[in-house]
Design a protein around this ligand. Structure first.
Ligand code: ADP
Ligand code: MG
Length: 239
């Protein structure tokens, strides 16, 4: 089943073309890493998929449904985790998790809490459930952010540089959580600069440059013997 299908999507900010005829499909359970230089349109692509940016042209289908036809239904199939953790600072960890299921999905509070506790166990933070985000490390905050996105039971998870604002010693714990998810059947798109992780965890890697996906292939093809000069030069700079 095709979870995501895009056909020639374009996005402009004023005169600046940020996405230029981007077309791809993602199947159920696939893990895609998106790499490429800063400013190449990686964040804009994820933001467009989940409706945070309106595309100017092209077509976008989520689980076979065109976003033009049914916006809210489609976007609820996706969860997103950002570089900054964006937790609600005035809510405890567990209240961060139950907010959206109660308000958006009209879940009963007790049910939402049971599910939230399960998710907090999954990301290793059950013992932090009643504290406020300010008392968590960056890695813990990001694990809460992941659990919060999962609380909406999305079919697709989007990660935009989930470890980029973390101290180096905290990166591993967040990557471990994402790696565990990848082993489940959830479809994921991950923008990352962690090349070793991308290579291990992905079924396919998209390399973006100037608003286009210039390579869409298995990790070996990008990391072991990249054909494109552009990719080779990017990898030598980043590794
Ligand atoms: P990446 O995530 O690959 O670093 P982005 O998608 O954030 O790239 O940005 C792609 C280009 O679009 C950049 O040139 C950036 O400056 C520009 N851009 C992103 N968001 C906006 C915005 N809201 N308004 C104007 N330009 C933007
Ligand atoms: Mg970005």
């Amino acid at each position: 089943m095709e979870m995501i299908k895009t056909k020639n999507i374009c996005k402009k900010f004023g005169d600046l073309k940020v996405l230029a005829d981007v077309s791809f499909t993602v199947k159920q359970g696939e893990v895609i890493s998106i790499i490429g230089p800063s400013g190449s349109g990686k964040s804009t692509l994820l933001r467009s998929l989940i409706g945070l940016e309106a595309i100017n042209a092209g077509e976008l289908y989520i689980e076979g449904i065109s976003v033009k036809e049914s916006k809210t239904e489609v976007y609820q199939k996706m969860g997103m985790v950002f570089q900054g953790f964006n937790l609600f600072p005035h809510k405890t960890v567990i209240d961060n998790l139950i907010e959206a299921p109660i308000i958006v999905k009209r879940e009963k509070k007790e049910i939402a809490k049971i599910k939230a506790k399960k998710l907090l166990k999954k990301v290793g933070l059950y013992d932090k459930k009643d504290i406020y985000p300010a008392f968590l490390s960056g890695g813990q905050k990001q694990r809460v952010a992941i659990a919060r996105a999962l609380a909406m039971e999305p079919d697709i998870m989007l990660f935009d540089e989930p470890t980029s604002s973390l101290d180096p010693e905290l990166v591993g714990e967040v990557l471990t959580v994402i790696r565990d998810l990848a082993a489940e059947n959830i479809t994921m798109l991950i923008v990352t600069h962690e090349m070793g992780f991308a290579r291990d965890v992905s079924d396919r890697v998209f390399f973006m440059d100037q608003g286009a996906i210039i390579s869409n292939s298995i990790p070996e093809k990008i990391f072991v013997k990249p054909e494109s000069k552009r990719i080779r030069s990017f990898l030598t700079k980043i590794l």
